[in-house]
Design a protein around this ligand. Structure first.
Ligand code: RP5
Length: 171
């Protein structure tokens, strides 16, 4: 965790979501983005969740990432109480594998959007948060460009391995 003021705040409905959200924390660290992380529940600790959202901007946060499972109202509730962008991560903790959480986040009523990433895709939430912050941070934009180059190299390597394994000689 960085000692700089957090730019991204991560909120989870339960500490049981942390296993999935570790990929988000790792990507924020890799991109050198100051962040903090906490637990608050829309249903089990609504006042804590409300307090988190209403004070988020004055605490210096720029983006909120909210992860929750089941009928996951946490990101939507936070979005109701702040004008910061809220990114929702549906967690597959329910018996129906996170579809409930996905719909709860992506199907927000008009006027209160939650930028929803895929089920259990905490890493993508971190990258999306970074892209928002990079709008006015050219050094972060450069780190994102490098990340894209790494992904591209990785695909090239996979292509070379697959071609070699198949006996093809086109690469
Ligand atoms: C949701 O219920 C949490 O976000 C979590 O995904 C799920 C289960 O919570 P625990 O029972 O593990 O605390 O609110």
């Amino acid at each position: 965790m960085s000692e700089r003021p957090a730019q991204v705040g991560i909120v989870m409905g339960s500490d049981s979501d942390l296993e999935v959200m570790n990929s988000c924390l790792e990507m924020l660290q890799q991109l050198d983005i100051a962040h903090d992380v906490t637990v608050a529940s829309a249903h089990r600790s609504p006042q804590r969740a409300q307090e988190y959202a209403t004070t988020a901007r004055e605490r210096g946060l720029k983006v909120i990432i909210a992860a929750a499972g089941w009928a996951a109202h946490l990101p939507g509730m936070l979005a109701a109480y702040t004008t910061l962008p809220v990114i929702g991560v549906p967690i597959s903790s329910s018996p129906i594998g996170g579809l409930d959480a996905l719909y709860s986040m992506v199907q927000m009523p008009p006027g209160v959007p939650v930028a929803t990433v895929g089920i259990d895709t905490g890493r993508n939430a971190a990258i999306l948060a970074a892209q928002i912050l990079a709008l006015d941070d050219s050094r972060l934009a450069t780190r994102l460009e490098k990340l894209k180059e790494e992904m591209c190299r990785s695909v090239d390597e996979q292509a070379a391995r697959v071609a070699k394994g198949s006996g093809g000689g086109n690469e």
